[in-house]
Design a protein around this ligand. Structure first.
Ligand SMILES: [Mg+2]
Length: 231
């Protein structure tokens, strides 16, 4: 697509503004403390098992896999609930800090993020983003999983709330399975931010999911994103 000068910047949250593995570690630590009491197992042993599972292909069902080993799958639902509700120990990456600090005050900016509402709200709260970004869309609130990317509804809602038309927005994200497809469906430009800490850093986009461009630093946004010179 032809990229016009973008008048609004929309950002993904997980693995774009903070390190998702930090959240996972924080959640596993919280749940391991509780599970340790239930199972009579040292929390550090559970933490090590969960981390190992996260680094394997079954990462999405870490509590199922762990608790099956102990014959206690009855504890899965409560583990997931505690994971999602825990108060996360996370922080913005230095690049995200600098980006948010240097964006021109007049540039409309927003965040569009997927995931269970309570979990994403906890991340936004822990990162202090309500004080930094005027529009934060938790797509889950707009219709549950059906509203998660690659659905465009969250991106379109952010544009509407910012008072800008969709084709003046650019979306920056890390996940080639959904972020760029969502932007294209919303009529927006997209940028893939690829960095060494990301879970999806080695995943490649299918042809129809391609971003318009790729950057390796949040501070390398292209000239067509209406940013001030830095330095
Ligand atoms: Mg992400």
């Amino acid at each position: 697509m032809t990229v016009a000068r973008s008048a609004a910047l929309l950002l993904d949250l997980d693995d774009t503004l903070f390190v998702e593995r930090d959240y996972v570690r924080s959640g596993y630590s919280s749940v391991s403390s509780w599970l340790g009491e239930q199972l009579g197992v040292p929390p550090r042993v559970l933490m090590a098992s969960l981390t190992e599972i996260f680094d394997s292909p079954t990462r999405g069902r870490a509590f199922d896999t762990l608790l099956a080993e102990y014959g206690r799958k009855d504890l899965v639902d409560e583990s997931v609930r505690r994971y999602r509700h825990h108060k996360p120990d996370i922080e913005l990456t230095p690049e995200a800090e600098e980006l948010l600090a240097t964006l021109p005050s007049g540039l409309p900016r927003g965040i569009v993020t997927d995931g269970p509402t309570v979990m994403q709200a906890g991340k936004v709260e822990a990162l202090g983003l309500h004080q930094r970004v005027p529009v934060i869309v938790l797509t889950d609130r707009l219709g549950g999983r059906d509203a998660w990317k690659p659905s465009p509804v969250g991106l379109l809602d952010a544009a509407r709330r910012l008072g800008v038309v969709a084709d003046q927005c650019v979306y920056v994200g890390d996940n080639p399975h959904k972020d760029f497809h969502a932007a294209r469906a919303a009529g927006m430009a997209s940028i893939r931010y690829r960095a060494g800490f990301q879970v999806h850093r080695d995943c490649e986009a299918e042809s129809s999911y391609q971003p318009d461009t790729e950057i390796t630093s949040l501070l390398d946004l292209p000239a067509w994103v209406d940013l001030p010179p830095t330095g």
